[in-house]
Write a protein that binds this ligand. Structure first.
Ligand SMILES: [Zn+2]
Length: 66
């Protein structure tokens, strides 16, 4: 499994000797748990943005209704 670095967007590569994922661009190293945590936070953030977007759409619709 490989992933994307949360810091710079580089490629994360698993280092079996350290049992950590290491970014090929900036050298950031993360454990599996840390990666999962970051993904979870990102997902939450996206959900919030989606809610905000829907609310704005609704307000726009409401404003043009009259
Ligand atoms: Zn990086």
């Amino acid at each position: 499994m490989s992933g994307v670095c949360p810091e710079c967007g580089g490629t994360l590569k698993f280092d079996p000797s350290r049992k950590r994922y290491v970014c090929q661009s900036c050298g950031l190293s993360l454990s599996r748990e840390e990666i999962d945590e970051i993904r979870y936070k990102d997902q939450k953030l996206n959900e919030e943005e989606e809610k905000e977007r829907v609310r704005k759409e609704y307000l726009k619709w409401w404003a043009t209704k009259k």
